[in-house]
Design a protein around this ligand. Structure first.
Ligand code: OAD
Length: 249
């Protein structure tokens, strides 16, 4: 174990209220593409044409084809050692623990995380834009059934994710903010930390005197204020870290 790992371990052990904040990078090793950076989806697609509530209204078929394609990728994906390590970390630290994820792939849930807030929603849910009825749809649609319609009112269904132009779900934000206000340590994993309001969390926690550990192969806007930076993939770094936590008591 090097000095950086030791510092991270000591901080995790000492923390009373640990928030873990994850982004697309944690699912990269499960085969789910990230949005930014090398091979990122936003290099090939325009977020304003796809992950956008106005675009859904204007061109529901194009938007649904894209979410349906992402569902097909996620459908095939399995949680990786990074997801499992975070679930183990919860077992060590709960109840002083909350995982906040921007991911909509459900892989944290499938790895066993329970103290979990999915702030950007769940790609396998659907909500009617007319009557608000919601349902779970674990399948990928045949293209001729797109865009899906509501069983109750035949309104246009929307993927159960937060799109640009929409507020974050109120209950999820309230839980996140309440824990953020007491968090003394933030473990930031696999997020470029540029999408607000979630991107403000590291600065809020730091401003209240909390510590930050960042796990990411690349630099982010949070790196300069992080107390410990571990440059590497989540699926390699986290199992080693959480394994050491279990071994050393
Ligand atoms: P991004 O794609 O913006 O960032 C992914 C981050 O993961 C980058 O900082 C990478 O360096 C890092 N990364 C890549 N591989 C990794 C690995 N194996 N282990 C750890 N880190 C790795 O994804 P998010 O920050 O999640 O929102 O993006 C935030 C939001 O922007 C998403 O929820 C989505 C997107 O637009 C909406 O669609 C509303």
């Amino acid at each position: 174990m090097d000095d950086t790992d030791r510092e991270a371990l000591d901080a995790i052990r000492a923390s009373r209220h640990l928030m873990v904040l994850t982004g697309a990078g944690v699912s990269r090793e499960s085969g789910v593409p990230t949005f930014r950076g090398k091979d990122g989806l936003w290099n090939r697609y325009d977020p304003m044409e796809l992950a956008n509530i106005e675009a859904l209204r204007r061109d529901p078929l194009t938007v649904w084809k894209w979410y349906n394609w992402r569902r097909s990728l996620i459908h095939k994906a399995e949680p990786n050692p990074g997801h499992y390590a975070i679930a183990d970390l919860e077992a060590h630290k709960a109840p002083g623990f909350l995982l906040v994820t921007q991911n909509v792939d459900g892989l944290h849930r499938r790895a066993g995380s329970r103290s979990l807030v999915e702030v950007h929603g769940d790609i396998f849910r659907e909500i009617c834009t007319r009557c608000g009825t919601s349902r779970e749809a674990y399948d990928v649609y045949p293209e001729d059934l797109l865009p899906p319609r509501c069983d109750a009112c035949n309104g246009l269904m929307k993927p159960g994710v937060v799109m640009f132009g929409e507020p974050l779900p109120r209950e999820a934000m309230e839980r996140t903010v309440a824990f953020m206000e007491i968090a003394d340590l933030l473990l930031l994993v696999g997020t470029s930390a540029v999408v607000y309001p979630i991107a403000s969390i590291p600065f809020e926690i730091k401003g209240r005197g909390g510590m930050i550990i960042e796990v990411n192969p690349d630099e982010t806007p949070v790196s300069p204020i992080a107390d410990v930076v571990i440059r590497g993939p989540a699926g390699g770094v986290l199992p080693a870290l959480v394994g050491d936590l279990a071994r050393d008591g």
